[in-house]
Design a protein around this ligand. Structure first.
Ligand SMILES: C[S@@+](CC[C@H](N)C(=O)[O-])C[C@H]1O[C@@H](n2cnc3c(N)ncnc32)[C@H](O)[C@@H]1O
Length: 542
């Protein structure tokens, strides 16, 4: 470890470009580069100042800067390191491209000193490098064999940026960069306790394995995986929470040796080896909100060995028609304001209809009593181990329910569960009504035009979820009933109703938690035998 402040020269590092964009590609055609590599006073960035020197041409100036704190450094041999650097190339679009270098030190000791210095919490040191940078002839990443597999080319680089609005992503990662929101998830003991149980009860799946934690947040799942004996965990986190995760992990000494935090998106970062297991908590409201399941699937395709395990590996959305007069009246009444004909002398009624529709376009997030359901639920499964990322762009769910009672149906209620298919004990994490409440609660889509049903009558439903670039979904719901009973013939449609909802704009309804109706035995079976304390409604719900 370097004392501070101290000048340190590493004159003996050979740097090789391995992959990257722009200039690196040109450089990969065999041009020698001489460069000086140095740090700023706080040790926060590295700067190359150098010259391309082609055999017969005059040297062309070449300058490069990147931040050391954003550099992922892996030891891939006794005196060799792999540096993955995110450089901003396209400033207009804030596009970030990873570049990869290998750094060969003259000795193992020199490599260790550099590694320790870079990872020192005390950034008050000087580093200065005078070194020769040599490009590799026709180096391809695939050909660059590492001790435990090969690095993966960032094929999906910027895939996230292409489909998600920059403003949405900025707010999203700002939200997750705050400890209070990570705490909210950690304090959902149903959620975190079920993950913990799923990992430690399935040690055999983690023992000696390489694990990638997709969207690591505070790093909690990485620490669980390390507790269960993982050989190494790569904790990938896109928000600035990565810095806190590093701190938390460093403070858990016994485990920290086996965890590397990587600050970046799973779509962009490169890892030095493939994973045997992926672990993640990518679920949003209605399972799919936030569109993080897509990142989980991209991570599967980029990092997981064939046949590797995924925790979770299956997600299911459950749906059932419900009847809730209070909720319906509450929403309808919100628009009453716009029925005033003399608001400070102004007639507001021209906007009443728009306001009424606006309130009904908000999915309602709260915990409700399962006795409000008027038919047994149906479900739609997402096999996260095999489905394609594109399958999540457009999800059409046709359903048929049979009413068990006469009721006025106000819409459809939805919740989800996920399966950790551990080889020792499979576990479910459920957000069902009546089960111990999670911070996801449940979701209800309320129709402005309710339907009347009789016991035994069929309710035909179609739910269409279309992903949008603000990391959420537009939902179209249609429900209809047909004639029934003797003489009903082919069952013509006698009532229908539809609604359009934006999953990004839910109505978080503060309500009394219903008394738990599940038996203790059922709670334990579902891995949810702990109660919710302190969890709060969150705009993302994950
Ligand atoms: C729901 S939180 C879960 C955090 C943590 N794993 C836990 O269980 O407490 C999801 C995390 O994934 C991160 N994330 C979302 N999309 C990501 C992506 N494409 N690449 C890397 N991290 C991502 C978010 O910043 C957030 O911290």
């Amino acid at each position: 470890m370097l004392a501070s402040p101290q000048l340190r020269a590493f004159n003996d590092i050979r740097i090789r470009f391995v992959s990257g964009a722009g200039r690196d590609a040109a450089a990969a055609s065999g041009i020698d580069v001489t460069a000086r590599l140095r740090c700023d006073q706080r040790g926060s960035f590295v700067e190359f100042v150098g010259h391309f020197s082609e055999r017969d041409e005059a040297p062309a100036p070449f300058q490069e800067q990147f931040y050391l704190q954003r550099c992922q450094i892996f030891r891939i041999g006794p005196s060799t390191q792999l540096w993955i650097v995110n450089t901003v190339e396209d400033e207009a679009n804030e596009a970030v491209y990873p570049r990869t270098f290998t750094a060969e030190f003259k000795s193992e000791e020199s490599s260790d000193t550099f590694f320790d210095a870079i990872h020192s919490p005390n950034k008050g040191f000087f580093l200065s490098f005078e070194t020769e940078v040599i490009t590799e002839d026709d180096v391809s990443v695939a050909a660059m064999k590492l001790p435990n597999g090969s690095t993966e080319v960032a094929k999906d680089s910027s895939k996230f940026d292409k489909k998600i609005e920059a403003s949405s992503a900025k707010m999203y990662f700002h939200y997750y960069g705050q400890l209070l929101h990570q705490q909210n998830m950690l304090q959902d003991y149903v959620r975190t306790g079920t993950y913990y149980a799923a990992v430690v009860e399935n040690r055999a799946d983690f023992q000696g394995r390489v694990v990638v934690d997709v969207g690591a947040g505070s790093g909690i799942l990485s620490l669980f995986a390390a507790q269960a004996g993982a050989k190494h965990v790569y904790a990938v986190e896109a928000s600035s929470m990565a810095d806190y995760a590093r701190k938390l992990i460093a403070g858990n000494h016994v485990l920290s040796q086996r965890i590397t935090v990587i600050h970046g998106k799973v779509e962009d970062v490169e890892l030095p080896e493939k994973a045997d297991v992926l672990i993640s908590e990518p679920m949003g409201t209605l399972l799919v909100n936030e569109r993080m399941l897509e990142s989980y699937i991209i991570a599967r395709d980029r990092f997981l060995v064939p046949g590797g395990k995924m925790f979770p590996g299956l997600g299911r959305i459950h749906m059932a028609p419900f009847s809730d007069e209070y909720l319906f009246v509450e929403i309808a009444n919100k628009a009453l304001f716009w029925q005033q004909q003399s608001y400070y002398g102004v007639d507001l009624t021209p906007l009443h209809n728009a306001a009424f529709q606006g309130y009904f376009s908000q999915p309602v997030v709260d915990a409700f009593d399962p006795r409000l359901l008027v038919a047994p639920p149906a479900m739609h499964s997402l096999d996260l181990t095999s489905m394609k990322e594109e399958d999540l762009y457009d999800i059409v769910i046709p359903l048929t329910f049979t009413a068990t009672m006469a009721a006025r149906v106000h819409g459809i209620a939805c919740w989800f569960d996920v399966l950790f298919n551990g080889s020792t004990i499979p576990r479910w994490l459920t957000t069902a009504p009546g089960a111990p409440t999670t911070h996801w609660y449940q979701l209800r889509l309320v129709l402005s035009q309710p339907l009347y049903v009789m016991a035994g009558q069929t309710i035909t439903t179609r739910l269409h979820l279309s992903a949008h670039s603000a990391q959420s979904y537009t939902i179209n719901l249609s429900m209809s009933t047909t004639s029934w009973g003797a003489g009903a013939g082919q069952g013509a449609t006698i009532q229908s109703s539809s609604g359009k909802f934006d999953l990004k704009e839910p109505y978080y309804r503060m309500s009394q938690m219903p008394a738990y109706t599940w038996t203790q035995e059922q709670q334990l079976q579902d891995g949810a035998g702990v109660s919710l304390q302190g969890a709060q409604m969150s705009p993302y719900g994950a």
